[in-house]
Design a protein. Structure first.
Length: 131
């Protein structure tokens, strides 16, 4: 933030000139619904029966469809590829963490998660949520 060369008013004017949005935009906070189609694609990809390219195509198409269906002005990621456990999803994007295959701990109520096991230096080799 301290390295920004132009003040907010200048950046905001440039953004308004490039992106035409209504005064009150519609967007979402959080994830889109995890449909059966998405869950099946995620499971097939995890098993190795669905290629990375085809999986990415399914995710992008479903994200665009959902955004269009609900009429968003500002497109959000939708987080379709995330499993039900955010800690596991983000931990799998980092080196230095491992996850058990069957060992689970109770997170809250009747929800169980696979806890991360820290085994080395933690680093991120690529962006986690955007290309």
């Amino acid at each position: 933030m301290r390295r920004r060369r132009s003040p907010y008013a200048t950046r905001a004017a440039i953004q308004r000139a490039r992106v035409t949005l209504p005064v009150f935009q519609t967007t979402t906070i959080g994830s889109f619904a995890q449909t059966a189609e998405i869950r099946n694609a995620r499971a097939s990809h995890a098993r190795g029966t669905l290629s990375d390219a085809h999986y990415e195509k399914v995710i992008k198409a479903k994200t665009a469809q959902m955004a269009g269906d609900i009429g968003l002005d500002v497109l959000v990621h939708g987080e379709f590829e995330r499993n039900d456990d955010m800690v596991q999803y983000f931990g799998e994007q980092l080196s230095g963490f491992a996850f058990t295959k069957h060992g689970r701990v109770q997170s809250y109520s009747s929800r169980y998660v696979r806890p991360p096991i820290l085994f080395g230096d933690v680093s991120r080799s690529k962006p986690m949520t955007v290309d």
